[in-house]
Design a protein around this ligand. Sequence first.
Ligand code: ADP
Length: 430
Amino acid sequence: MSPRLIFWISAFVRIVLVLMGAASAMYIWGPVTGLVLGLIGMVTLFCVQLFYLQRLADWLDNPNSSRLPDGWGAWTDIFSRLYKLRRDDEKNQAELAEWLARFRQAMTLLPDGVVIMDDVLFLEWCNPAAESHLGLSHAQDKGMRVTNLVRSPEFMDYIILGRYETPLTLSFRDRKLIAHIIPFENRRQILVTHDVTESERIDMMRRDFIANASHELRTPLTVINGFLEIASMQDDLDSHTRNMHLKLMTEQGERMQRLVEDMLTLTRLESVDYPPRPERISMLGLLEQILQEAHALSAGKHKITLECTGPDIRGSNDEIRSALTNLVTNAIRYTPENGNIRICWIDTANGPKFAVQDDGIGISAEHISRLTERFYRVDKSRSRETQGTGLGLAIVKHVLLRHKANLLIESTPDVGSKFCVQFPVSAISV
Ligand code: ADP
């Protein structure tokens, strides 16, 4: 049976009972007494309804603080339904609060900035990423106009033109941001910001790398093409000139080969699909080989010494060999004749350490932090003279990164340089 039918039946039963009581009273005590008793019954019924109406009104005034009243008759059903509605409402509110908390947490973790504004760009809410991208503070700036907070002419133009279908690339507070305004509901707008500073930097590095590599390859190619042109136009070249041209072309060819090999090495070292394969490296054996090669390169022009007291380590033998060889050959290439080169491998409290020290031309302080950049050279002509590709220290840096080792450079112009490689204690082979 439906609650509405129950309500009407119970109301009807009560009225019928009062009327029957009044009719019985009329029959027993006469019509006047019957009418009076009937009237009293009706007034009592009416007062009871008023009493419960009043309690309901009191409860509705403050539904959260007071307990829902108990009822009588049809009121029992009304109050119990109200009680159920209140419980459902409380449950819904708790669920809504939980959802809101989850949504805020998700927004807090979002790497993209989200700013919610009203139709005239007054800040209503923003997440921490937006605070850091745009220098906003939700607590302090709430209710302020976003155009007064994000002071950028590009952003102002974007707002004035109102072409929100395309995002805006914005340079703001040393960052490169992609900003996009999306209107929603009728009177609200979302500003989404995406930080592309890092990807722009990588793109620029890639563009620079391609430009530098092309430039480096163009010089030897121009030399080779020039000599080939001379050879094709002049049949009567004497053998001395011809041999000299061939020698120069071979040198340039070798230079291109070194460049391409170094570029391939760098690409391989940067690849995540090519993790280092750790193996036990006998450091004494490795350093003795490097020493032999150093003597060959120096051709007796330098005094080279080796001290090896450190332990063997675990790592990629080829990569470590290439990194340490690069540092030693640099020491020879940038140290004039009769200079001294000291190579050592020792154990320290922080782990094993490799050092190569020379008393060569040295490097002034402003260059030191940039030496591991690709194609960075302090003196381009000197590097070419000594057959440098400008990629040696970039390779060293990547090898060391893959072995969790650090490169430390100390140098003074005209006094000499010291390149140290600090390996972690965990690199020691047990
Ligand atoms: P390159 O092939 O030009 O030698 P590297 O990446 O090996 O390239 O070195 C970068 C630059 O660092 C060199 O061009 C040189 O100017 C400087 N450099 C490296 N090692 C030394 C050193 N031992 N003494 C002086 N300068 C050095």
